[in-house]
Design a protein. Structure first.
Length: 265
């Protein structure tokens, strides 16, 4: 894709969003409804789930949040957009917007169906800006560490059934019937396994989104390989993939939607 540089090292993909090109803008505009409501649900009524109405809902949520929450929302949005360029075997089984209220989505950040083997993957996204004492590499290490610890706790010390409930509802909105049924069965099985005191073999996609000007420094390819080795070495997940994304500023992608909102007024 024009404007996007991709480096793959082991099971880590490093994506650098160098510029928001017309191709990226068009992809975002054509797929936003799928991200927000699920591909299946959005396709049921293109008028109800229109681009203009979806953008309006996005900013009613986004503009009501403090900076940290906006970082999280922007980070998850760019993961939805760029995931196919980093891990194309994973198909989203989740929705981006919270269904019950204008608030940050509850439950797991992401769930996926592996279209190669039908497996279930859980994703966790952490986003942040690089401060004066950090580099893009040190920030991405911090974010992946936080994502790893957070996702691990969801299967051990902070188990909440509502996370699996939300993911089950998402699967119906995002996947065709047969695929949704398969993913829902895997989700129910995982929760019941944990609830009985046993350990689940978790397939994890850990995502870090770093906001930092490329002219200062960029994520190094070696960092991806080192992170794969260190996280794998702790043995918390049965399978592991990383998605490391760098963009220069929080508003790089959000501004595309903001301009569309102005045009609609």
């Amino acid at each position: 894709m024009d404007g996007l540089r991709v480096v793959t090292v082991a099971d880590a993909s490093i994506l650098v969003l160098e510029s928001v090109t017309d191709e990226i803008k068009q992809t975002l505009r054509s797929r936003l409804m799928d991200y927000c409501y699920g591909r299946v649900q959005a396709g049921e009524d293109p008028d109800y789930y229109s681009f203009d109405l979806t953008v309006d809902e996005f900013f009613k949520l986004y503009d009501s949040k403090a900076d940290e929450a906006q970082l999280g929302l922007a980070g998850e949005l760019i993961v939805h957009l760029l995931l196919p360029y980093g891990h194309d075997r994973l198909v989203s089984a989740c929705v981006y917007l919270n269904k019950e209220e204008r608030n940050v989505k509850k439950g797991f950040d992401l769930t996926f169906r592996d279209h190669h083997d039908g497996g279930l993957w859980y994703g966790e996204v952490k986003s942040g800006r690089v401060n004066n004492s950090q580099t893009a590499d040190s920030k991405v290490r911090e974010l992946i560490n936080t994502a790893e610890n957070g996702l691990h706790k969801m299967f051990t010390s902070d188990v909440r059934k509502k996370r699996w409930d939300a993911a089950i509802f998402d699967a119906d909105a995002a996947l065709q019937t047969s695929d949704a049924s398969s993913v829902k069965k895997l989700l129910r099985t995982d929760f019941m396994t944990i609830n009985k005191g046993s350990t689940v073999k978790v397939k994890a996609l850990l995502c870090a989104v770093v906001m930092h000007p490329f002219s200062l420094n960029e994520i190094n390819a070696d960092t991806g390989e080192q992170l794969i080795e260190s996280v794998t070495g702790r043995g918390r997940f049965d399978e592991l993939r990383l998605l490391l994304i760098q963009q220069s500023d929080l508003e790089d992608l959000v501004s595309v939607l903001r301009e569309s909102l102005k045009e609609a007024v």
